[in-house]
Every structure is written in structure tokens, then in C-alpha cells.
Design a protein around this ligand. Structure first.
Ligand SMILES: O=C(O)CCC(=O)C(=O)O
Length: 327
């Protein structure tokens, strides 16, 4: 049923009752959410629709590097002394820029192994593109090589430090072409309570050029207020999710970019380079201008293991494996 829903994205997806039904049929996948509901005093059933408007305020739980004293605290943090210069510089720029780059983190052999795996999994029908026709979701559950890359200790260590909590892999997305996705922040798709305890690591699996639809991002945009359901016309009602909610969200983001005169940077990466971004950093995929351009890459999303993860736009709690990866 889930595969069918994934493929035939349409009106059916706008009925909240579908998600309640799916939740009822998958109680084990709600175990983590139930625990987080208890932890954060959320007194409703995780089966029901949820978005940020239904959650208690948790302002005192802002991630440590999103607070005004972040830079001062980093400069005196003894853990930074043990890091290589480029990693240390990346972490120091995080509070201001909302991203950091780890060059050549993966070798040619590691990149090749993941590319071969994805080719094989697609050929054998073990994984497939989702409704976008461009994204292969959760391949790490089917491939040791993908899982190894996404849960690489060097990435997880950096994430643990940046967020100040124990971070776990939630999901991987593999691309063979560019996403050409308009600017957005991950928090509209994968939201945490308290806010901000999510980050992504994006790995180039072949050279990125101006022509093959590279990743773009807007430095500093993570400091803007989060754009969530209460702040744009999502069009949803008691029983339905607005059919054009995502299109309206994209308009709200484009407006913020214009208002704040944000300028994108392009990640012209080499294979094995990694970009880590903040939960609220605006980013997207540039248009592919070369015909049949290939753009192999992988985005992995992580969240802190002691927060609630849910989907603001589709208003439902996130399903978890019994044990999210990356312990
Ligand atoms: O790879 C891209 O072009 C965009 C990826 C992205 O937006 C994401 O994974 O959140």
C-alpha cells in the first residue's frame, strides 16, 4: 500500500484519514514518537495529524550553536583542539553560515562502491524512484555500502558536535540526476520538536558542474524564522492537507529570499566531497542545462535521537525503524 501511495501521488494523499489508517496499521513504527510525546508532554495520540501549531513552545531548547553566544562558546570549546584545521574552520563558520564542507571525505573506491550498489539495486528492482521520478529513498536499508557512507563516524561526530546531541540517520535519498528542486528548508519535510535538531549531509558521487544541476544553498538563511504551516497559506483543513501546500510554501520561500536579498552559492563538488547543512538552511537543485545530464549524489538526513520527528507539511509523525541507524 505504501509503495502504491508513494508512486501515485495525488488527491488521495491530501486526506489526513489515510495517514491515521496507515499509522494504525504500523504501531511499531510509532514507538519512538510515543516515547517523545511522553518526554515533551504532548497529550494527544501520535496516530492523529500533527503540525507545529499543535505543539507546546520549547524556546529554551534551541540548539546551542543557534544561540547568540555560539561563537564565544565554540572558541573556548576544548573539543575543537583535537580536530583538523579544515573541520575546525567548518565548525566555526556554522553559526554564521549554516553549512560546512568536508572536502574529499570519501575515497574514489568508496564513491565507486556506492554508485555500483545503486546501479545494481535499481537494475534488480530492489529500489525504485519515488513519485518525483528522481529520488531513491532509504537505499541504506538495502545496501551496506550506502549505509556505511551515510553513517560514517566522521560525519556523525561532526553532527553530534554541531547539534550538541546524539544524532542518528533518519533517511537517505540517492539521485542519478539533479533534483531541480526549488529552494526549501528541510524542516518543512522533516520537522523536529524542539525545532532545529535535524541536519543533512550531502555527498557528491561524481563531479558537479554548472550544467548537471548542482546543489545550491543560501549561506546565512538558516537564521531566518522557520517557515512552517502557521506562517503561509497551506490551504489545509480539519480533514485534508492543502493540495497546493508545497507550491504555496515554495512561494513563501522565494519571497523570503527576495526580501532578504539572499544570494545562492553553488556546490561545485568533486566526488567524495560532503556538504553538511542546518535544518533551516535554504537550498535546492539548479536546473540541468546539459541534455541527459548525470548527477550522482546522496543526501542523508539525521535527527537527534531524543527529539520528536514529524512531517510539518503532511502533518504526521515520522515513522522510525525500531532502531534508527548510526548508534
Ligand atoms: O540534491 C539536491 O538537488 C537537493 C537535495 C535536497 O534538497 C534535500 O535532500 O533536502
Amino acid at each position: 500500500m505504501r509503495k502504491w501511495l508513494d508512486r501515485y501521488y495525488g488527491r488521495l494523499r491530501t486526506f489526513k484519514a489515510n495517514y491515521v489508517l496507515l499509522n494504525l496499521m504500523n504501531p511499531r513504527r510509532l514507538t519512538h514518537a510515543r516515547r517523545m510525546f511522553r518526554k515533551y508532554g504532548i497529550t494527544r495520540s501520535p496516530l492523529l495529524p500533527i503540525d507545529s501549531s499543535a505543539l507546546p513552545a520549547a524556546d529554551d531548547r534551541t540548539p546551542w550553536l543557534d544561540r547568540p553566544d555560539a561563537q564565544d562558546r565554540l572558541l573556548t570549546d576544548p573539543r575543537l583542539k583535537d580536530l583538523s584545521r579544515p573541520v575546525c574552520d567548518g565548525i566555526l563558520q556554522w553559526p554564521d553560515k549554516g553549512y560546512m564542507i568536508l572536502r574529499s571525505l570519501f575515497t574514489e573506491a568508496e564513491v565507486g562502491a556506492v554508485n555500483n550498489e545503486i546501479d545494481r539495486l535499481v537494475r534488480d528492482g530492489v529500489v525504485d524512484f519515488n513519485f518525483t521520478g528522481r529520488k531513491i529513498m532509504f537505499a541504506y536499508r538495502r545496501s551496506e555500502a550506502v549505509r556505511r557512507m551515510a553513517t560514517d563516524r566522521r560525519i556523525l561526530d561532526v553532527l553530534d558536535l554541531l547539534l550538541g546531541r546524539h544524532m542518528k540517520l533518519f533517511q537517505t535519498i540517492n539521485f542519478l540526476t539533479g533534483s531541480e528542486q526549488a529552494a526549501h528548508s528541510d524542516t518543512i519535510h522533516m520537522t523536529t520538536h524542539p525545532l532545529g535538531y535535524l541536519a543533512a549531509a550531502w555527498v557528491a558521487l561524481e563531479p558537479m558542474t554548472e550544467e548537471n544541476g548542482p546543489l545550491i544553498y543560501y549561506p546565512g538563511s538558516h537564521k531566518l524564522p522557520y517557515i512552517l504551516n502557521p506562517t503561509f497559506d497551506h490551504g489545509g483543513g480539519t480533514f485534508t492537507i492543502g493540495e497546493d501546500a508545497y507550491a504555496h510554501y515554495e512561494v513563501a520561500v522565494a519571497k523570503a529570499i527576495t526580501e532578504h536579498r539572499l544570494r545562492p552559492e553553488t556546490f561545485l563538488a568533486r566526488p567524495g566531497d560532503v556538504l553538511i547543512w542546518h535544518a533551516n538552511l535554504l537550498h535546492g537543485g539548479k536546473r540541468m542545462t546539459a541534455p541527459n545530464a548525470s548527477r550522482k549524489s546522496m543526501a542523508a538526513h539525521y535527527f537527534a535521537d531524543d527529539v520528536l520527528c514529524y512531517h510539518e507539511l503532511t502533518q504526521r509523525v515520522a515513522w522510525m525503524e525500531e532502531d534508527p541507524a548510526g548508534a
